[in-house]
Design a protein around this ligand. Structure first.
Ligand code: PRP
Ligand code: MN
Ligand code: MG
Length: 178
């Protein structure tokens, strides 16, 4: 499977070191107040697992699964909830955990949706962000890495559901697409 990668963009060590930094910043930010980690299935599974283990203490987690509404691309920005949170977030601090902000449309919808539930706060932590692909501006407090607008896989990110298990983030070799 490593042969399917054209180039490693971010190594395992770089990912883990950055997540450790973010975890400390996040922990200090909430200063002892409880916050709920909300992961967005499925890409955020790996970031969630490593970020929460890098926290100096424990935080509860919950998950949402969403899909773009109707047919075709997600460019409409209209999202359908496939699996909602199990928990009521009224009056709670919420930290959304994502693998990547691409156009930003998914997260902008999720954020607005969660904010409508009267939480105490909503913040976002994403491992990756593609500034050149942004269609909407997202106020994201914690970003692991800004990356170029190339198609990347690994560490939760898939191509046709493959490569999520890679420990690195990289670009796919052209032969994979053909
Ligand atoms: C990917 C990624 C983000 C979203 C970012 O998820 O994990 O959730 O797209 O794209 P956007 O910023 O352009 O909205 P995807 O819909 O592929 O589902 P997955 O996490 O199950 O792979
Ligand atoms: Mn996703
Ligand atoms: Mg995907």
């Amino acid at each position: 499977m490593g042969a399917d990668l054209e180039r490693v963009l971010i190594t395992e060590e770089e990912i883990q070191a950055r997540l450790a930094e973010l975890a400390r910043e996040i922990w200090d930010h909430y200063a002892g107040e409880e916050f709920l980690l909300v992961g967005v299935l499925k890409g955020a599974v790996l970031v969630m697992a490593d970020l929460m283990r890098a926290l100096p203490g424990s935080a509860p987690m919950d998950w949402m699964a969403v899909s773009s509404y109707g047919s075709g691309t997600k460019s409409s920005g209209v999202v359908r909830i496939l699996k909602d949170l199990d928990t009521d977030i009224t009056g709670r601090h919420v930290l959304i955990v994502e693998d990547i902000i691409d156009s930003g449309l998914t997260l902008s919808w999720i954020r607005a949706n969660l904010e409508s539930r009267q939480p105490k706060s909503v913040e976002i932590c994403t491992l990756l962000r593609k500034p050149e692909a942004a269609k909407v501006e997202i106020d994201c407090k914690w970003v692991g890495f800004d990356i170029p607008n190339d198609f990347v896989v690994g560490y939760g990110l898939d191509y046709a559901e493959k490569y999520r298990n890679l420990r690195v983030v990289g670009t796919l070799a052209p032969h994979v697409y053909s």
